[in-house]
Design a binder for this molecule. Structure first.
Ligand code: BES
Ligand code: MN
Ligand code: ZN
Length: 511
């Protein structure tokens, strides 16, 4: 998507589709106050007056209304997108609104669009939420890119309807402070949006195409030219590092595992921190000998979404160039039942030396991560974040609107939560205090790989915690949020790319 920011009055722009935002300024349900456009442009306000006065459009979040041949405008069409209540306005609302505009345009084969940056000043009287210039410009571009993604690449009758040109309009002069902030926001938005979509492309791939080896090759092809140092190891390296836990899972498949190690080195580090990103990369999870039921098993191709999030995050990091070193480790394998597969009752020895009694071979994610976390520590990381489609229990607990957040360190957790205010992603913290530790004690080994019926997301986190030891750590269980079951106005059904933006913010918070 060719994207540019221009400083121009929106009514004077010739474009197939001009998008402006509107908000609901009614003080309560009973007051019939009409919505207000987030632009002070008088030609646009005049062109929209009749439809706004009709009361047909309430400016609810992602609500749209279209005008053809708007009077006094050079645009062929004017699209008004609602951002909900003025008082609750956030940059994230604008992100969704931009996505909704793109998803409005695509099925209508409109491949060029312009979006006017919201002017909060247009609302001088109404109480308004917060729309900082840089973050808002960034969010709008991210939203447009995320909205542009459709997971239909395997349809033979596919028509490419992707948006070719996105013009972001600012009323601020390019040389002004606000104009510069908008430009930085647009540039960052492109990086975040394309990186999140790269993650989604990987997650969308079927298991027969995206094997661990192919995941490594795709990561390398994308990241190496951008300046990330990347090594893709396999079976021999697992043995050399004594990754008995990771290998336990990998050995059941005819497809060799991939241990992907990515390093971003800043030109000038401003701290001695080394940030570790660890991702679960199960390219297909059958459950292994503890076989899953057939119902919905096809979805388990997305069990590498944590790995894909880390690869996407590294893609953004190398372009945003934070002044902190980052090492990312992806542990990728297929979880298969076979004559060489690991079995319930087996005891594995992890890289850290801890022994693990296998209760259920479907609890494989924590096993590959155990060795990934230990290896990250051996490589010298001072803080770790991991992301994994780890447990169905997390989906039971939080549904699909919040991903699980766990941490062994308050400061690291607070850094992460602050970052989500910028990323607009929803995480909800669950406990992983030591009183849960007894649930994973084993009779014959150090720990078991499952913790019984209750609190499954927590016992999975407790298992990982054994391998991060005293390193400050944040764990994201994205099982419920990595795949969108039903399309939303701003995003297609399918892989979401959850966590990429929040992980990058977390990394940036340490520069
Ligand atoms: N990949 C699954 C978790 C999962 C479940 C992700 C549903 C997305 C949707 C994971 O490997 C798994 O199978 N976990 C088991 C753990 C259990 C055996 C302790 C689960 O959640 O049932
Ligand atoms: Mn599993
Ligand atoms: Zn799994």
């Amino acid at each position: 998507m060719d994207t540019k920011l221009i400083s121009q009055e929106a009514h004077a722009l010739a474009t197939p589709l001009l998008t402006v935002f509107a908000v609901d300024i009614a003080a309560s349900k009973d007051t019939a106050t009409l919505p207000t456009l987030l632009t002070a442009n008088s030609a646009i306000n005049k062109a929209a007056a009749a439809v706004l006065n009709s009361g047909e459009f309430k400016a609810a979040s992602c609500e749209t209304i279209l005008l053809h041949a708007p009077d006094g405008l050079k645009a062929e069409r004017l699209l008004i997108v609602g951002l909900g209540k003025a008082g609750k306005l956030t940059a994230h609302e604008a992100r969704k609104g931009a996505g909704a505009a793109v998803r409005f345009a695509k099925p209508r084969t409109i491949r060029e669009l312009a979006i006017a940056l919201p002017e909060a000043a247009a609302l001088s009287d109404a109480p308004i939420g917060s729309l900082p210039a840089q973050l808002t410009a960034r969010a709008i571009v991210e939203g447009a890119y995320v909205g542009d993604f459709d997971p239909d690449t395997y349809r033979s009758d596919r028509k490419d309807l992707s948006i070719q040109t996105l013009t972001v309009l600012s009323t601020a002069k390019a040389s002004s402070h606000e104009g510069k902030e908008a430009q930085t926001g647009v540039s960052e938005g492109i990086i975040f949006g394309t990186s999140q979509n790269f993650t989604r492309t990987l997650v969308n791939e079927p298991g027969n195409v995206l094997t661990p080896t192919v995941l490594g090759a795709r990561a390398k092809a994308e990241l190496e030219p951008l300046g990330v140092k990347i090594e893709v190891y396999s079976t021999d390296k697992l043995h050399e590092l004594k990754m008995g836990s990771f290998w336990g899972v990998a050995k059941g498949s005819a497809e060799p595992p991939a241990l992907i190690v990515m390093t971003y080195e800043p030109e000038k580090a401003t701290s001695s921190e080394v940030i570790g990103l660890v991702g679960k990369g199960i390219t297909f999870d059958t459950g292994g000998i503890s076989l899953k039921s057939a119902d919905g098993m096809e979805k388990m191709k997305y069990d590498m979404a944590g790995a894909a999030a880390m690869i996407g995050a590294m893609r953004a990091i190398v372009q945003l160039r934070p002044t902190v070193k980052v090492i990312s480790i992806v542990c990728s394998a297929e979880n298969m039942p076979s004559g060489t597969a690991y079995k319930p009752g087996d005891v594995l020895t992890a890289m850290s030396g801890k022994t693990i009694e296998i209760i259920n071979t479907d609890a494989e994610g924590r096993l590959v991560l155990a060795d990934g976390l230990a290896y990250a520590r051996q490589l010298g990381v001072t803080r770790i974040i991991d992301a994994a489609t780890l447990t169905g229990a997390c989906v039971v607990a939080l549904g699909m609107l919040n991903a699980g957040l766990f941490a062994n360190d308050e400061e690291a957790c607070q850094h992460f939560i602050s970052g989500t205010q910028l990323s607009g992603e929803n995480f909800w913290r669950l406990p992983c205090t030591d009183d849960y530790r007894d649930l994973i004690k084993s009779g014959i080994a150090d720990i078991m790989n499952t913790g019984g019926r209750w609190g499954g997301a927590i016992t999975a986190a407790m298992f990982l915690k054994e391998f991060v030891e005293d390193t400050p750590w944040v764990h994201l269980d994205i099982a419920g949020c990595a795949w969108i079951e039903e399309q939303k106005p701003w995003i297609a059904k399918g892989p979401s790319g959850i966590a990429v933006r929040s992980i990058v913010e977390w990394v940036r918070s340490y520069q």
